[in-house]
Write a protein that binds this ligand. Structure first.
Ligand code: FAD
Length: 555
């Protein structure tokens, strides 16, 4: 006989928790993005970006959880022992991929070239990347492959219709039998990634040699993401030097190519996306572009993936900021909501500046790709891509770490999404030129193509007279760039300041007045500590935060 127990489930009441941030429009609730879409020439895309913004705020977040909780698995052989080299994904991955392809994230500017097409695509990619970043890898590589592929018109004529199809077809079949195809990239080898001249993979002609000809490729690649893509652009040596090739997964006779997946990488983050090590055992490929000019050919692809690294990093920051401001708006401590605590306001406002500066610079950069397509003006994107890629990707992990802390212990817990955002954050800085390599690339552009420096300062000049702190910062930067002593050692500092000048100029011309004031005071005039939350007093922090915070009741 026991005494009467109290009713079940009444040990305590659950109080003081924020509701889940879901069901909101990721576009409409992002004022910096809405303004930039119009400013950078893609107002025509407002409706379609709004539509994806509404979709992305719902189901795709759940797909993101599943696709990362159940990562892809390599099936090297079938049950009879035949080699198949296939990767199996959770259905959620396919749902994300289908959504991205249907919305043309892999192909919009190539399907419908018009002013603002890269800008519109940047906004779409930024929105869906917030729900899940991993699937952005094959989407980005497919988008980026087209400019390189077009260097070889006969190969492009065959592949472009497949790569720009809006039907996602994940079946492992020869590309001619599929409704749509995807393209990857394989450059990095064990002995060298940044320094591709160290590549040892070699190509032997199967008959005639030269652009468009067939070759047998022998060697390996240490990183080859999304190995279920239908084809890959890669580099291999011929007698005339490094050349670019397109290698399909299937041979023209309908049998499998000798593209062997050795294993999948066990990665820090980006777990939904398979990244593999591959071997080519005399695999069939066609040369793209001139023999010996492989780096020049594939760099077209690399430039576009660098733009996507910027978009991916800006998206990661925006989602982390959204989660942090949302949490702080509902959670109370010491008698006030966190969002009303002066020191938390300083932290959140500081994060808002970083996120907004990333968003506006990403959209300006995307417009440079539109301008290049229209007018052939390539000097500004040549240098600005590297400058912005370096800085926005460098800020990404620190922003996410600080945003995570705003949620306290809950931010460290997987269900909050913050750990996934955190693990993802360092990746864009490694991809497509790690930090140092990118800074050295800026020096290379300045040395070999002085027009790029002129174009960069022309852009800064558009904001001249708008803020005395910006003017002084740009003058000092110009003077520093004349000094070539120990230039490699100083490269990070120079590129960082170039990025801050560009972000400052963009904000001075078109930014919100409080955000611009805080940015100029802290980032340009130096009134700032080393951590976030060290903005000078006297700025309307509450307004900056409220402006950036997604409002569930407006959903
Ligand atoms: C998840 C993931 C997926 C990937 N997917 C692909 C893919 O699909 N296809 C592909 O081709 N690659 C892929 N990569 C590889 C990636 O692009 C390379 O890791 C990157 O380019 C760096 O090359 P590395 O790893 O060989 O490093 P290294 O080239 O050895 O560089 C190591 C460090 O040294 C620095 N460094 C290099 N040169 C200099 C210098 N001269 N001065 C100062 N510092 C220098 C670099 O900045 C870097 O910090 C992937 C990587 C990851 C992590």
């Amino acid at each position: 006989m026991i005494g009467e127990l109290p009713p079940a489930h009444v040990t305590h009441e659950v109080l003081n928790q924020a509701p889940t941030l879901e069901g909101y429009n990721l576009f409409e609730q992002d004022r910096a993005l809405v303004a930039a879409l119009e400013r950078e020439g893609a107002l025509w895309a407002h409706e379609r970006v709004t539509q994806l913004g509404a979709i992305a705020g719902g189901e795709p977040f759940r797909w993101g959880v599943q696709a990362n909780a159940y990562p892809p698995v390599l099936r090297s052989h079938d049950r009879f022992g035949y080699r198949i080299d296939e990767v199996e994904y959770h259905p959620a991955w396919h749902q994300l991929m289908q959504l991205a392809v249907e919305h043309e994230l892999h192909a919009l500017p190539w399907r419908s070239p018009r002013p603002g097409a890269h800008v519109a695509r940047a906004a779409l990619f930024y929105i869906l990347s917030q729900a899940e970043a991993g699937h952005g890898c094959p989407i980005s590589m497919t988008y980026s492959s087209l400019p390189a592929l077009r260097v070889q018109p006969d190969v492009a004529a065959e592949w472009e219709p497949r790569l720009t199809s809006t039907e996602y077809d994940p079946r492992m079949l020869p590309a001619p039998q599929k409704r749509g195809a995807l393209c990857g990239m394989a450059m990095t080898e064990k002995q060298g990634g940044s320094d591709v001249r160290a590549n040892t993979t070699r190509a032997a002609p199967l008959g005639a040699s030269g652009p468009g000809a067939e070759y047998a490729i022998t060697g390996h690649k240490f990183f080859c993401s999304a190995p279920m893509c239908d084809a890959f652009l890669l580099l291999a040596h011929t007698p005339r030097g490094l050349s670019c090739f397109l290698m399909p997964r299937w041979l023209p006779d309908g049998t499998r190519n000798r593209f062997h997946v050795q294993r999948l990488k066990d990665k820090l983050g980006n777990r939904s996306n398979a990244s593999s090590e591959v071997e080519f055992d005399g695999a069939w490929a066609r040369m793209v572009g001139e023999e010996g000019r492989g780096v020049v050919t594939i760099i077209e692809m690399v430039n576009h993936t660098r733009l996507d690294c910027v978009i991916g990093a800006a998206a990661g920051m925006r989602q982390a900021l959204s989660q942090a401001t949302h949490h702080a708006a509902y959670r109370s401590a010491f008698g006030k909501r966190l969002i009303e605590q002066p020191l938390m306001q300083n932290v959140l406002a500081d994060l808002c500046l970083e996120s907004e500066a990333a968003t506006v610079s990403m959209m300006r950069l995307a417009r440079a790709y539109d301008d290049a397509a229209e007018t052939g003006e390539r000097s500004f994107p040549r240098i600005a891509t590297a400058v912005i890629k370096y800085w926005v990707c460098k800020r990404h992990p620190v922003v996410v770490a600080e945003a995570l802390e705003c949620l306290g212990g809950s931010g460290y817990v997987e269900e909050s999404i913050m750990p996934r955002l955190y693990r993802e954050a360092p990746l864009n800085s490694i991809w497509e030129g790690s930090g140092n390599v990118i800074c050295l690339d800026v020096l290379r552009a300045m040395g070999r193509e002085p027009d790029t420096v002129e174009a960069f300062f022309d852009e800064l000049g558009l904001a001249a007279g708008g803020d005395a702190r910006l003017d002084a910062f740009v003058d000092a930067l110009r003077a520093d760039l004349q000094d070539f002593s120990a230039i490699e050692t100083r490269a990070r500092r120079l590129v960082e300041r170039m990025a801050l000048a560009l972000q400052g100029a963009l904000l001075v011309r078109a930014g919100d007045s409080d955000v611009t004031e805080a940015f100029c005071a802290s980032r340009l005039a130096g009134d700032h500590g080393l951590a976030f939350g060290t903005l000078p007093a006297g700025i309307d922090f509450a307004r900056i935060v409220e402006r950036a915070r997604p409002q569930l009741d407006a959903a």
